[in-house]
Write a protein of this length. Structure first.
Length: 272
């Protein structure tokens, strides 16, 4: 599933290509009924986008926010297998779910193999993203602020990192990578972390996420950036999907386990 680094990569690539462009035509596949959340009719959503000019492109957590000239915001969430690719020509592909023709002849093409992605057209983006917690890359989030959000949570620290209401943008890959970098076991109760450990975790989250952005995100299965290329950060992960391989810190084998139904990777020696 695209996480903060993947969505931010797409945002940065699309921004100079789509901001200022007018959407001449919009099409949503009738069979992709789940794609249109608000309005729930795919054709109504397409009509709402048609003729609008894109004034800005932002991101909140894992959501893309397209500010339109009528004051509304087109919000897109790629979910597990979605990709939003900018093409100089027409959109094609077996898993094409939406296509937007822009006034410079280019197209925005939304592909989604599992049809789990969602789109909204709303007056206020807080209707969609208002529930999200702070982001690790937000300078306003201090170690004390993160610690305060963890102190009342008795659940596993990894589960809290995956809770978008607690911290926005982090998913399975970067939770494992950050916890390893911070030397914290993913099953530790969030409330058991000290202020020093919360500070270490916040630093680790920022280093891990910024590194993944520099590499264009992580592709293990379906993720593609806005140019249609895979991300290269998979070559730089330290524990994720490295079961049995030597830990880059101590040399012991990386282990795989399940936590809350999610596959989790860690070094049992370094994350006690």
């Amino acid at each position: 599933m695209p996480e903060l680094p993947e969505v931010e990569t797409i945002r940065r690539q699309l921004h100079p290509l789509v901001v200022g462009r007018c959407i001449l035509e919009a099409w949503l596949a009738p069979q992709a009924s789940r794609l249109a959340v608000s309005p729930s009719d795919p054709q109504a959503l397409a009509r709402g986008l048609q003729g609008r000019r894109i004034l800005d492109l932002g991101r909140r957590g894992k959501f893309l926010l397209f500010a339109l000239d009528d004051g509304r915001t087109w919000v897109a969430h790629l979910r597990m297998t979605g990709s939003l690719v900018h093409r100089p020509g027409l959109c094609q592909g077996a898993f094409l779910r939406a296509a937007l023709a822009l006034d410079d002849g280019s197209h925005l093409c939304y592909h989604d193999q599992r049809k789990l992605g969602c789109m909204w057209l709303v007056d206020d983006p807080s209707q969609v993203v208002g529930h999200l917690g702070p982001e690790p890359l937000d300078p306003a989030l201090t170690p004390e602020g993160l610690w305060g959000r963890l102190r009342g949570r008795r659940t596993a620290i990894k589960a809290v990192l995956l809770d978008q209401r607690a911290l926005a943008g982090v998913g399975n890959i970067y939770a494992d990578e950050a916890l390893f970098a911070a030397g914290i076991h993913p099953r530790r109760s969030a409330s058991s972390l000290t202020l020093e450990e919360a500070e270490r975790l916040l630093v680790a989250l920022r280093v891990v996420l910024e590194g993944a952005i520099r590499h264009g995100g992580t592709t293990f299965l379906t993720y593609l950036d806005a140019t249609g290329a895979p991300g290269s950060h998979g070559e730089h992960v330290r524990v994720f999907r490295r079961e049995g391989k030597p830990c880059p810190r101590c040399g012991g084998p990386i282990a795989r386990t399940k936590l809350g139904g999610r596959t989790t990777y860690l070094c049992p020696a370094c994350q006690q």
